[in-house]
Design a protein around this ligand. Structure first.
Ligand SMILES: [Ca+2]
Length: 185
């Protein structure tokens, strides 16, 4: 009597077990990297302190004369997710044999077509040192996992400056290809 009652439920239990295994495996092995482009990118230039460069196809960083790069990413799609690796990538179009510094920026109020040297927010502490070794026409990648994890679910700004006098240029999001990317897995 007992086994006759349970019998119709056995296939359902089996299906539930198979589905649970499928979703568990998928969460471990099946997630393809998510790629985000900046929602805003620009640079500022001390020589033209009231000029905005938000629509330029290049982002330029230099220590003399000063040029600084600003990025903003919308990380709202990452809310609640586990971030195992987040890499910022940019494509170099003018090489530099000097180092640059990627810095945190907690002020997200700046806008792509409004930012200029005279109104730009000051950059924060150093996240990573950039050393491209004078390479050109290549991608450069920076691991910023902890900063992305800190900002997931919200906007994330960051900037790049330099104390060297040999400037580094790379493609902006307005370039026709090889735009800056944030690759998250
Ligand atoms: Ca731009």
């Amino acid at each position: 009597m007992k086994s006759a009652v349970l019998k119709p439920y056995k296939p359902i239990i089996f299906i539930i077990i198979i589905l649970s295994l499928f979703f568990a495996m998928n969460s471990v092995f099946g997630q393809s990297p998510q790629v985000l482009n900046p929602t805003a990118d620009s640079y500022i230039y001390i020589t033209n302190p009231d000029t905005n460069y938000g629509t330029s196809t290049r982002l330029e960083v230099d220590g003399s004369p000063i040029k600084k790069v600003y990025f903003k990413f919308d990380l709202s799609s990452l809310a609640g997710k586990t971030i195992s690796l987040a890499t910022l990538k940019f494509y170099i179009v003018n090489p530099s044999n000097h180092k640059q510094e990627l810095k945190r920026l907690d002020d997200d109020s700046w806008t792509e077509t409004g930012i200029k040297y005279n109104n730009a927010p000051a950059l924060g502490s150093v996240l990573k040192v950039i050393d491209t070794g004078n390479q050109n026409n290549v991608w450069y990648e920076i691991d910023i996992t902890s900063y992305v994890d800190e900002n997931k679910g919200q906007l994330m700004s960051l900037g790049i400056d330099s104390t060297g006098s040999n400037g580094l240029d790379f493609n902006s999001k307005e370039a026709s290809s090889n735009k800056p990317e944030l690759v998250i897995s």
